[in-house]
Design a protein around this ligand. Structure first.
Ligand SMILES: Cc1ncc(COP(=O)(O)O)c(C=O)c1O
Length: 216
């Protein structure tokens, strides 16, 4: 990634942290090293759409430090941890000079007053957000354990989904006929974290599929 950022034609580098669809992350130290090695005229966009679900101690928290740089923009959304995907509201954090440049090309009235009211209402209830994300982390750990117990290779996740490696069968379509929707990728499938009951249905469907022919 750093090598690509140093190519003369590169203007923008995007890092999704935690990563979608795997849930992996770049640590604080790795990120600091990476940014150090990227030319100052390449914009580094750090997409933190899933950061509220992260609990690894090494997950980067140093936004104030990062945005002292004039070429780093951190973006976040109210679509995931706050459940406001329909409102289309998010925000960017960056150096004032960078933000001023972005604002210069920003169309007017991009954010409805309803979306703003929804976002502000959440910001007044931080404990409720923490409770929501804590629940996701608990269910994420439980589901990861249950899938691993069944022989799946589960990528350790810092997001509100887990990625299961293995495409030996078309899991998404086999699960869909049993009323469970997961997202199929070339090398595996991604499960969005839901409730304990949702996961019960997923695991029961998996067991039914596996029992049908005796293997995963
Ligand atoms: C990595 C990543 N960034 C951003 C978004 C989009 O966020 P928003 O709903 O605010 O457009 C998504 C949505 O799936 C995503 O996966």
């Amino acid at each position: 990634m750093v090598a690509a950022a140093n190519e003369p034609a590169t203007r923008l580098m995007v890092l999704c942290n935690p990563h979608n669809p795997t849930g992996t992350f770049v640590s604080s130290d790795e990120l600091a090293q990476m940014i150090q090695a990227i030319p100052a005229d390449v914009l580094v966009l750090i997409d933190e759409a899933y950061c509220e679900f992260a609990d690894a101690p090494e997950f980067p928290q140093p936004v104030p430090e990062l945005i002292r740089r004039t070429n780093v923009l951190v973006t976040r959304t109210f679509s995931k941890a706050y459940g406001l995907a329909g409102a289309r509201v998010g925000y960017g954090l960056g150096h004032p000079g960078l933000i001023a440049r972005l604002r210069a090309s920003q169309p007017p009235f991009q954010l409805s007053s309803v979306a703003q009211a929804g976002a502000l209402a959440w910001l007044e209830r931080p404990a409720d957000v923490l409770a929501r994300t804590a629940k996701v982390r608990t269910e994420r750990a439980r589901l990861s354990r249950e899938l691993a117990r069944r022989g799946f290779r589960v990528v350790p996740s810092q997001a509100n989904f887990v990625f299961v490696i293995g495409a030996e069968r078309p899991w998404a379509s086999e699960l869909l006929v049993r009323g469970v929707e997961v997202r199929q990728f070339q090398d595996g499938f991604r499960v969005t974290i839901g409730s304990n009951a949702d996961h019960g249905r997923l695991l029961a469907a998996i067991d039914e599929i596996a029992d049908g022919d005796g293997h995963l």
